[in-house]
Write a protein that binds this ligand. Sequence first.
Ligand code: HAM
Length: 418
Amino acid sequence: MQDLVPDRRELFRYIEDVVRETLGTYGYREIGLPVIESTHLFQRLVGEATDIVEKEMYTFDDRSGDSITLRPEGTAGCARAALGAGMVFNQVQRLWYSGPMFRYERPQKGRYRQFEQIGVECYGMPGPDVDCELLLMLSRVWKALGIDSMVKLELNSIGSTEARGQFKDALVGYLRGFERELDADSQRRLTTNPMRILDSKDERTQAILVDAPSLEDYLDDASVAHFDAIRAVLDRAQVPYIVNRGIVRGLDYYNKTVFEWTTDALGAQGTVCGGGRYDGLIEELGGRPTPGVGFAMGLDRLAMLVETIGTQPEQAVADVYLESFGAAARGEAMILAESIRGREPALRLVVHCGDGKFKAQLKKADASGARVALILGEDEVARGEVGFKHLRRDLPQESVPAGDVVGKLMAALGAEAN
Ligand code: HAM
């Protein structure tokens, strides 16, 4: 787990702002969700035999003995919330959420046990149009962040549950002939989750898979038409993608479209966003059949990517820095600051707290990024004036009547902004 020091937190915030703005222009609304859910929810929806449920969840008994889990992902909780609020039956919803997710994975660069996601979930739209919308929207987000040339879209269709069932049987039938040669994980998955064997990193297993049946040959007509329609729109919109038949995703709820946006710039943990369609999820939760589709992007990895292109959110924390010298002036400075804030609520004003020689306070003012320093010593207080010093322009320090400070400040800052 990592602490987000202010520079890093501000980078995350910058990315969130860009994403949020784009989502808003497509008509998506934010939903707030708890970070803890009942363990059962993930077992049922993400799937008992997935890595996440088998070995990555932070699961505890609470004080009443109920098993609870720190959410490893947001799709299950969002569906539970939307169903519970009566938002899914016969309705169309476009929702997004953000916040921390928790997975007990082996930590390494780009992979954390607490990480941030921005997720999107759509309900009530069965056609390929909304799948396209999500991909086009993501493509726009990457452009807005300036990382579009560094990510690529990998797309696949995993078909209907029935088609996948037939494929699974064929795959297991084929692999049984090589059972002893498979790696240990794959041998186990032969009975628990055979599709995940396709993801095996083991070379021998991969060699065996070369001649295995292919999911593509088992896809149902509706899934093929759905996939073709998405590809046609992406082609027309000139969003590049590659079809990667190896993408099956590590969560059980998907059907038809699945996709990942990946990058080569981060080493091993190169997937910055993943998602797909999950038309059976709401029914699995006890709701009426309701199509769904969504994605989640990992902010930790996106922040690393945005850093590589040198984008930094603004570092200045202040427009104005107020210095004071002597105990009496210090109290006066607090009062002056509040009266300035009352008149100019958007102005970023930092007040020096405590003692400090003139030079030391000026150094702090400079480091804050402020463009003007206001100076209040006992003489100024006695005369009802304030010292006024430009920090980024070579102009002499002036004394200004206290009542004129705000007007002069705004004129000076406005003039510099132009
Ligand atoms: P996911 O592929 O498990 O999908 O996670 C989405 C993204 O979260 C990944 O592409 C990655 O950027 C980030 N991520 C995952 N694990 C970590 C980690 N340990 N450290 C840092 N970043 C990580 C889901 O979570 C689905 N709920 C997405 C979805 C929404 N599908 C439909 N709707």
